[in-house]
Ligand binder design. Structure first.
Ligand SMILES: [Zn+2]
Length: 317
């Protein structure tokens, strides 16, 4: 799965190319009118070489003019640094929420260490202000705030073709983990409000952060709302899901790892401590009970065929 990608050119409007990646790297959307070429989201840092190759192939020797990020999770901006190095003239635009943290490269504020994910430092030139319009490769794109999965995320919507670049706010089958909830902030209401924004925009086509482009937006919104409601009714369901997503994500990066190393990584990763506390509010954190929980999570990942465990090695599946 790590190296799988496809180029989706069949049902997107002219001048848009979706480089459909897996789950470790977000999809990359190339907006190109032959004169101006913009890439929305850049994948995970360990895939940067593949990102560069895909972009170079699509541009046939022309330069990339700009990079935009829907949000600053490591799977969406991990290729920024490599693209900035390869195309020194390009400009980079990010959502405003974490711009001061990016400028100062304040890693704790950016949260990459908390989730145990890698990133290469990058800079930016300007922000994508919600409520404003961006002219990208000959088309006008509206910028909308999209809190929920990430408090600072934005959506990009092009009214003429009614194409939506949704990031992780809406996929064909759900949406990304609601990270603010894990930090003790209210994120479920924001996620619901963002789904309402998407419904009001009435997109004809959605280019999600992960998975294939889709046009049945009514069905996707219905799936997303059902899932969100189930999390609202029973937040531990969301938190357990988040723990498995983070574990699976690391396995996607590593491919395989000795079980002891994986457990050590979990213990060293603050987000797992946070999740453990959310799920066991009446118990003191102890390494034994933490490892018991790690066993439960690994067992569930193996049962759902997302991983295998054999002779002390955990493998992505
Ligand atoms: Zn993502």
């Amino acid at each position: 799965m790590n190296d799988e990608w496809t180029t989706n050119v069949t049902n997107v409007p002219e001048g848009m190319t979706v480089l459909e990646r897996g789950w470790l790297s977000s999809n990359n959307v190339l907006l190109d009118d032959g004169e101006h070429a913009v890439l929305v989201d850049t994948g995970y840092c360990t895939h940067a070489e593949q990102t560069l190759a895909l972009v170079a192939h699509a541009l046939q020797g022309r330069a990339l003019d700009a990079v935009l990020n829907t949000h600053l999770h490591s799977d969406h901006c991990g290729g920024n640094a490599a693209l900035q190095a390869a195309y020194p003239q390009l400009t980079t635009a990010i959502p405003p929420g974490l711009s001061a943290a990016v400028r100062a490269w304040d890693v704790p504020a950016l949260g990459y260490d908390s989730v145990g994910q890698s990133i290469v430092r990058f800079g930016f030139d300007r922000v994508l202000q919600p409520g404003q319009t961006e002219r990208l490769a000959g088309r006008e794109w509206e910028v909308h705030a999209a809190p929920g999965h990430d408090s600072h995320a934005v959506l990009l919507f092009e009214p003429a073709s009614r194409t939506l670049i949704s990031g992780d706010a809406l996929w064909a089958q759900g949406f990304g983990v609601i990270f603010p909830e894990l930090d003790g902030e209210a994120g479920f209401d924001d996620a619901a409000a963002t789904l309402d924004v998407i419904e009001r925009l009435q997109p004809r086509l959605v280019i999600p952060g992960h998975g294939a482009v889709f046009s049945d937006v009514v069905a996707a919104l219905s799936v997303a709302r059902q899932r969100l409601n189930s999390f609202v009714q029973h937040p531990p369901r969301h938190h357990r899901h988040a723990a498995k997503v983070m574990l699976k994500y690391k396995l996607l990066e590593w491919g395989s790892q000795p079980e002891t190393e994986l457990r050590a990584w979990m213990w060293a990763t603050p987000m797992f401590h946070l999740l453990w506390r959310l799920l066991h509010p009446d118990t003191d954190l102890h390494p034994d009970s933490f490892q018991h929980w790690a066993t439960e999570l690994l067992t569930e990942l193996c049962r759902s065929k997302a991983a295998t465990l054999h002779e002390g090695w955990v493998r992505n599946a």
